[in-house]
Write a protein that binds this ligand. Sequence first.
Ligand code: AMP
Length: 121
Amino acid sequence: MTYDPNNIFARILRGEIPCNKVYEDDFTLAFHDISPQAPVHILVIPKGQYTSLDDFAANASEPEAAALLRACAKVAEIAGVTGTGWRLLGNVGADGGQEVPHLHFHVFGGRHLGRMVAKPS
Ligand code: AMP
């Protein structure tokens, strides 16, 4: 998939759309999800242009990869859920339910999160 430079997270990275920032470093930005599904719901994204985790795993540098993973745990710590537990979720592609075509991880916490994957209805 070709990277769409006008996707919503690309626009946030360029400062064209505001976000509620939680954390930032040279390679990574984290901000509150606009439609939170749990008391803590934060998105962690690489600053580089990667459509998905498939793309990132194939093409990102080691420093970018390390920074993204470390940022997820850092965000959980900032949100105060390190002790109580939290969930890291990455949706990839159509069956994964990925809506925004810029790699992002969801950090959820602040309540018991239930089943890992919803049962089919
Ligand atoms: P996904 O379904 O994994 O692609 O998740 C996309 C997430 O981005 C959803 O949870 C949306 O609520 C969230 N989202 C969409 N637009 C914004 C925005 N402008 N600021 C923060 N979160 C957003």
